[in-house]
Design a protein around this ligand. Structure first.
Ligand SMILES: Nc1nc2c(c(=O)[nH]1)N[C@H]1C(S)=C(S)[C@@H](COP(=O)(O)O)O[C@H]1N2
Ligand SMILES: [Mo]
Length: 389
């Protein structure tokens, strides 16, 4: 396994694909976003990526075309969405020279090579959905005018890595440790812009399933998804899943950097467009969601789709149609943080249908979406009119 890992890391380095981003748009796709421009170009030419929806080129925001979610429970690496905040991203990585600093409130500050990192602890695997806090932002009304994703700023992968806890324990953390802050190799092109840094509370950082991942679906991760190593925080929005992880800093207090104190915060009270001065908290765990991904019409309408429980497993998926509730059959359980496939058969005359997931904590998707100024954490039920396919 160790040998395989090494090989994957080296192979990943070899691709070193220059991040030149000339747009070779092949065709346009309509994302059906309400209240504004909705068409986006598709582009097949980004390094290690297949056909993706281009939301923006610099910094890259590439969305997974929705039909990919109908093809399997795991999202292939070459179709996995891409999101960076700053445009200065290394175009290649020298795996042999790569170092990860572990510093701050630690007994022994470390500068780990990738092979030292791989030896820091047991290799563990976890299936987990990596979902941008802004996934589906384009569906908010009123509109929130940044990164207007449809539903493709998410993906499910089998992540493999070493526990963050083992890496922290190698350096030895003090009893006064409160947060752990993470930074990658990306930088802003603009002078003085705040480096992308995110922090986890120490108890989350020490969780059994929070890993420094070096593989994704059995291969090294694409450069754009954080090669050679990224954080995986199952159940939490992917803003914490820091890519090209190079800096781990143990803090003795709350992190007041821009990305924790100003960005990625959710109102803790109901708000509407124009409200100011309301209390907020850093976004953290994901709520349940579900989608219809495909339909086959016959004597009945066979529906299929995916669901996620968020920070726990899927308990049930229901189809609501004309006063009736039909329980979907759930596919194999890959672990509570991954996608779960589902299927159901509905009468052939069914018109509108709502798909709704309830997670193992008893949290159910709401009928209507509460608005927030960041356009974060959308999870209202999806409503679909079944056409004759
Ligand atoms: N180094 C670094 N890591 C990062 C980010 C970033 O800008 N820089 N963006 C975060 C956010 S907001 C998201 S949604 C995910 C996207 O992960 P992906 O590109 O692999 O899909 O990366 C996270 N990790
Ligand atoms: Mo994100």
């Amino acid at each position: 396994m160790e040998a395989l890992t090494r090989r994957a890391l080296i192979a990943g380095a070899g691709t070193g694909a220059a991040l030149a981003l000339p747009l070779a748009a092949q065709r346009m796709v309509d994302l059906h976003l309400p209240g504004g421009p909705s068409a986006r170009p598709m582009a097949p030419r980004f390094p290690q990526k297949g056909e993706m929806i281009v939301q923006r080129i610099r910094p890259p925001l590439f969305e997974t075309p929705f039909e990919v979610f109908d093809q399997g429970v795991f999202t292939p690496n070459d179709r996995f969405f891409v999101r960076w905040h700053w445009a200065d991203i290394p175009a290649s990585i020298d795996a042999a020279a790569y170092r990860i600093a572990v510093r701050g409130a630690v007994r022994t500050p470390l500068s780990l090579s990738l092979s030292e990192l791989l030896r820091a602890g047991e290799h563990v695997e976890v299936a987990a959905v990596n979902q941008c806090a802004g996934n589906s932002r384009g569906l908010f009304e009123p509109r929130v005018a940044v990164a207007e994703w449809a539903n493709g700023a998410m993906g499910n992968a089998l992540w493999k890595g070493v526990r963050l806890r083992d890496v922290l324990d190698k350096a030895g953390i003090g009893a006064n440790a409160k947060f752990v802050r993470f930074g990658g190799l990306d930088k802003a092109l603009v002078e003085g812009a705040p480096r992308f840094l995110k922090s986890l509370p120490i108890d989350i950082a020490r969780r059994d399933d929070v890993i420094v991942a070096f593989a994704m679906n059995g291969a090294a991760m694409p450069l754009l998804n954080g090669y050679p190593v990224r954080l995986a925080v199952p159940g939490w929005f992917s803003t914490y899943w820091v890519k090209m992880l190079a800096d781990i800093e143990v803090l003795t207090g709350e992190d007041d950097n821009f990305w924790m104190a100003k960005a990625y915060r959710m109102p803790t009270v109901p708000v509407k467009l124009g409200d100011k001065g309301f209390p907020t908290a850093p976004i953290s765990t994901m709520p349940p969601r579900s989608w219809i991904t495909g339909q086959t019409n016959g004597a009945t309408i066979a529906l299929r789709g995916i669901a996620m429980g968020g920070d726990t497993g899927v308990a049930k998926v229901e189809l609501l149609t004309g006063g009736a509730t039909v329980a979907a059959a759930l596919g194999p359980d890959q672990g509570k943080y991954g996608f779960r496939r589902w299927s159901a058969a509905l009468p052939s005359h069914t018109g509108e249908v709502v798909v709704r997931c309830t997670n193992a904590n008893g949290v159910t998707q709401p009928d209507a979406q509460a608005w927030n100024p960041g356009g974060y954490a959308r999870n209202a039920v999806e409503r679909i009119r079944l056409g004759r396919a």
